[in-house]
Design a binder for this molecule. Structure first.
Ligand code: ZN
Ligand code: ZN
Length: 213
């Protein structure tokens, strides 16, 4: 078990998720995501580097084996906690995500395995993010970059309150079919279940989709 503070654990988790979705984690991404100053980030990264959790080369951050191990444990706990809260407890996916941030730090490994069993060994969290070890790296197209055609929603990239609220009202839920009718500069016109809607770029960038064959 690590003795890292929760903020430091959160950085490690975020670096892992950036690698997972973008293939690379950069300092600028962390500054933006956590809304902190470059000075704060650099202090945190110094600490993580001295503890052997990350390696830094110029602006790029990479998790070491130890860093990856810790990230995987936290992220698995986070995503399984979300499944427990939505599927078994019946919470909506916004509160589930918020509470999972706290729960991810508390479950012992054997309890997590129990939760995994109770929720039926899922491949992803309710937002479509893979449970570590169960699915390959997430690869898909962002809705903002999609050509007209028929797709399936794969995942909601950032699990922010406004994003989850907006995609839910459009019916853009992982697993759901979405038809892209028009696309211009990242803004797309879509149809989900007979309902047409325009999705602004900022939101379309948060929805990952997969082509259906
Ligand atoms: Zn979450
Ligand atoms: Zn999630």
């Amino acid at each position: 078990m690590s003795e890292l503070s929760e903020p430091l654990e959160n950085y490690i988790k975020e670096i892992y998720e950036l690698e997972e979705t973008k293939g690379i984690a950069k300092v600028v991404d962390l500054i933006e995501i956590f809304s902190v100053s470059p000075g704060t980030i650099s202090k945190a990264l110094d600490r993580l580097e001295s503890l052997g959790f990350i390696d830094r080369k110029s602006r790029r951050i990479k998790l070491t084996e130890d860093g990856k191990k810790l990230a995987v444990r936290l992220i698995r706990a986070h995503r399984l906690s979300e499944k427990l809260l939505t599927d078994i407890i019946g919470l909506d996916w916004i509160r589930a995500h918020e509470l999972a941030h706290r729960l991810e730090h508390i479950w012992p490994e054997d309890v997590l395995d129990k939760i995994d069993q109770v929720v039926g060994y899922p491949n992803t969290c309710p937002h479509g993010h893979p449970i570590p070890g169960r699915e390959e790296q997430v690869r898909g197209t962002l809705l903002s970059e999609a050509q007209p055609g028929t797709y399936r929603v794969k995942m909601i990239v950032r699990e922010k309150d406004w994003i989850l609220r907006s995609v839910e009202s459009l019916g853009l839920i992982p697993g759901e079919q979405v038809v892209v009718l028009e696309s211009k500069n990242g803004e797309v016109k879509i149809r989900v279940k007979e309902k047409e809607a325009r999705v602004p770029r900022a939101l379309a960038e948060q929805v990952m989709i997969l082509g259906t064959q």
